[in-house]
Design a protein. Structure first.
Length: 172
């Protein structure tokens, strides 16, 4: 039985559209608050529309949506934002940038179905792996991922240049 078939009847998983950009951005901001970095979000709903749904999309997204008598057109309650990357050793893989389900909606199988949809997109794109990062203190997420059979790679450090450091490097 597929995870999607275990979803509550009021929830569906679907590809995001440009009309979802405000909801996607709101969920990203909620996630940033949870990850103790609310001031780190510099994107906007408009940049999501441009960069995800313009002529050369930089990412794809899938949403979990619930419908109620109050919101018959649907309310986005979860999302996964991902993109393809290339490894010179392994080939094509998918990178899951953000994955989030509103806390009030957790425990209903929504996250599992949403993650399974990203895994299916990964395989359909011909990718050999799905990769992501999780903060070391986020034990609920770590437990969720481990229940899926995640293999952790702790020997690699994550490098990043941004802001002034990126400018200095580029001007050398």
């Amino acid at each position: 039985m597929s995870p999607a078939s275990l979803l509550p009847p009021d929830v569906r998983i679907r590809p995001a559209t440009a009309a979802d950009c405000a909801a996607l951005h709101a969920l990203v901001c909620e996630l940033a608050d949870y990850e103790r970095a609310p001031d780190e979000v510099h994107t906007t709903p408009e940049s999501f529309a441009r960069d995800g749904f313009g002529p050369t999309p930089a990412f794809r997204a899938i949403v979990a949506e619930t419908t109620t008598p109050e919101t018959p057109s649907g309310q986005v309650i979860g999302m996964a934002l991902f993109f393809e990357r290339f490894s010179t050793w392994k080939g094509r893989s998918m990178y899951l940038e953000d994955f989030y389900v509103r806390p009030s909606e957790r425990g209903r199988g929504i996250g599992r179905a949403l993650f399974a949809a990203v895994a299916a997109e990964t395989l359909a794109a011909g990718c050999v792996a799905l990769q992501w990062q999780v903060l070391d203190w986020n034990t609920p997420a770590i437990g969720f991922y481990e229940a899926l059979g995640t293999q952790w790679s702790k020997e690699w450090w994550n490098g990043r240049l941004a802001g002034d450091a990126l400018q200095r490097c580029a001007s050398q």
